[in-house]
Design a protein around this ligand. Structure first.
Ligand SMILES: [Mg+2]
Ligand SMILES: [Zn+2]
Length: 196
């Protein structure tokens, strides 16, 4: 009991929240972007993240990126896209305390990244790491994502959750009950900061 104030944070899913998912003609599904040319960032991301920073929320990105494990794309492509995002946010004064990416997949074909892991959402390994490393109060934290696995992940750590509606999410949403819904990341930021 030091009386030291713990930090609060918002954990953000990436695909469908920060950037649009991209249509993959091979699988006929909207997926994480595989090529830098396909990567775009929603225009309201900066003002949303600034609003959260203004209210003293630490920011984390937690994303499952199994496409390399599944043999769909080289790992370098995935990392190049990550770099576009981190440079863009950095150049615009947004501080992401840590980017957490899981490259595993239970049914992967690349041995190194295949099988069960504890970091793939709804696994909570990354959240546990952030809570420990940054002395976060989970009850003051939020998880915002478009899939049920995001809601599940946040809830498992006792965080509040916002599900961001994404018309391409299909059956990956609809079975969990988040604390709130939002149409995009800006609306989510307004809910979290009580500005709506
Ligand atoms: Mg997503
Ligand atoms: Zn993992």
């Amino acid at each position: 009991m030091t009386g030291k104030k713990m930090s609060k944070a918002v954990f953000l899913d990436r695909d469908g929240v920060i950037n649009p998912p991209v249509y993959n003609p091979v699988t006929a599904e909207y997926e994480s972007p595989h090529y830098t040319e396909d990567y775009s960032i929603y225009p309201m991301v900066l003002k949303a993240l600034r609003m959260l920073m203004d209210d003293n929320y630490r920011l984390f990105i937690v994303s499952n990126q199994p496409s390399y494990a599944k043999g769909k794309v080289p790992l370098e492509n995935i990392k190049a896209i990550e770099n576009i995002l981190s440079e863009y946010l950095h150049e615009n004064g947004i501080i992401i305390d840590k980017y957490y990416y899981c490259y595993h997949h239970p049914d992967g074909i690349v041995a190194e990244y295949s099988g069960h892991c504890k970091c793939r959402k709804p696994g909570t390994l990354f959240l546990e790491d952030a809570i420990d490393r940054f002395d976060l109060d989970a009850k003051e934290c939020w998880f915002a994502g478009d899939r049920d696995t995001d809601v599940k992940c946040g809830k498992a750590m006792g965080m509040r959750t916002i599900q961001i509606k994404n018309k391409h999410v299909g059956d990956k949403a609809g079975k969990e009950t988040p604390d709130g819904f939002a149409t995009n990341i800006f609306e989510a930021a307004k809910k979290i900061t009580g500005r709506e």
